[in-house]
Design a protein. Structure first.
Length: 263
């Protein structure tokens, strides 16, 4: 069953272009907070729905790889998303429904919804449930410091952030924003300053004036295994395919959709 089609009303074809890897417009003339707001706006889609197919590859050293495929539907203006697991077969039909600050997990075996947290690991990978929603860094964090740096061949502004409240997945972060306003790397820290996770986004799709990561790589700083005398970190790569900004049916953002999508 094509979960993306079942939630999308066709509004015509949308062309997908690679993201521009050179300067799109200069941002260094604005404040760090304005830059952070710009990064939020490019990672959030407040004027449209968003859907895509996510392929999530989890690598655990010494244990091999696992692969999960999910349909993701977002309506950022309403702070809601739905995720439906399509593969593997053992997890097929499991789903998530976010409505504002509330997040539900649906288990088709028990046919029950259980509340969960945005801070929890997504399907026991190195991704968190909070990685699938819109970006609100400028609202949730204060900027402690900022400096210019080079990441590969990209000129970036590196912002050190501290959470304003206690409900954030990570109390502290560092974020690398390139001159086109796109997030390229983050480091997630505990309250004590312990590095917990690093993420990287090398390239983006461009659809009109909107940007979607092609891949997101998460590397866990603490979880892993010793292999031949070397510590190898756990990592998760998310490949985002079939991105669309077509209208998603209102009925998708409901418990009923998760209960009936596999029937």
């Amino acid at each position: 069953m094509n979960f993306l089609r079942c939630g999308i009303r066709s509004l015509g074809r949308v062309a997908v272009f690679p993201a521009l890897m050179f300067l799109v417009y200069p941002l260094w003339g604005i404040s760090d907070m304005e830059l952070l707001r710009q990064a939020d706006s490019l990672a959030s889609y407040m004027d449209t729905d968003f859907s895509a197919e996510y392929t999530i590859i989890q690598e655990k050293p010494g244990q091999g790889r696992t692969r999960t495929v999910a349909g993701v539907f977002r309506r950022d203006a309403r702070e809601t998303y739905v995720i439906v697991i399509m593969e593997p077969l053992i997890s097929k039909g499991q789903g998530y429904l976010k409505q504002g600050k509330t997040l539900w997990f649906y288990d088709p075996e028990s046919k029950r919804f259980n509340s969960t947290s945005s801070q929890e690991r997504f399907q026991n990978t190195n991704a968190r449930n909070s990685d699938f929603t819109r970006s609100t860094l400028a609202h949730d964090y204060r900027i402690v410091s900022g400096e210019s740096a080079v990441l590969g061949r990209l000129s970036c502004r590196v912002l050190s952030l501290e959470a304003i409240g206690s409900g954030m997945t990570y109390p502290k972060m560092k974020i690398w924003i390139s001159e086109d306003g796109l997030v390229r790397k983050t480091e997630d820290y505990s309250l004590s300053g312990q590095l917990l996770r690093t993420s990287a986004i090398a390239d983006y799709y461009r659809i009109g004036n909107r940007y979607i990561p092609k891949q997101i790589l998460f590397v866990d700083a603490l979880r892993g295994a010793m292999i031949n005398g070397t510590f190898i970190n756990e990592r998760t790569q998310i490949n985002i395919n079939k991105p669309s900004f077509r209208k998603v049916a209102d009925s998708v953002f409901s418990k009923t959709f998760l209960e009936t999508v596999n029937h």
